[in-house]
Design a protein. Structure first.
Length: 164
């Protein structure tokens, strides 16, 4: 007699989808000399600059959800590639501000166009990028991302064996 596998959990499905999309974006932007993580950083920086902001590495880390140390590492690599410039914040000498160079702006615009086309393809099962199902999906993801994480509960004997 065979065991029936339990249905995948939402967490597992989100993880699988995130990995699938990360690989797709990595492949799509590779010809521009970017990784998915670098794309996330320059595309976010592009949007923030268009809104008149010159964010610090910390602010960009908060915006992207990436660790500040990882943003620093990505920023140094992107600076070496000539895509961004890093300067000391005149208001806080400990902070580093980021801005796209002219070359960085050009590459980022190309990357955004490539990724928008990819997103249209990836979201086609929901009707495409501007479809009502996609908007509902985006709203649901936003709700989950906006929910604060509960503090960790220590694993003590009094809570073992109970279901929250």
């Amino acid at each position: 007699m065979s065991k029936v596998s339990p249905s995948p959990t939402p967490g597992f499905l989100v993880w699988r989808l995130a990995n699938k999309w990360r690989v797709a974006v990595d492949r799509a932007v590779a010809s521009l000399g970017l990784t998915h993580a670098q794309y996330s950083l320059v595309a976010s920086l592009h949007g923030m600059q268009r809104a008149g902001e010159r964010p610090s590495q910390r602010r960009l880390a908060d915006h992207t959800g990436l660790e500040a140390l990882y943003v620093s590492k990505l920023a140094r690599a992107l600076e070496s590639a000539g895509l961004i410039e890093r300067t000391r914040d005149p208001r806080d000498p400990r902070a580093v501000q980021l801005a796209l160079t002219e070359q960085g702006q050009a590459v980022t615009r190309q990357a955004i166009a490539v990724v928008q086309k990819l997103l249209q393809q990836l979201l086609e099962p929901l009707g495409g990028l501007d479809a009502p199902r996609t908007r509902a999906f985006t709203d649901e993801l936003t709700t989950l991302l906006d929910a604060p994480l509960a503090p960790s509960v220590p694993n003590d004997e009094s809570s073992q064996g109970t279901t929250p």
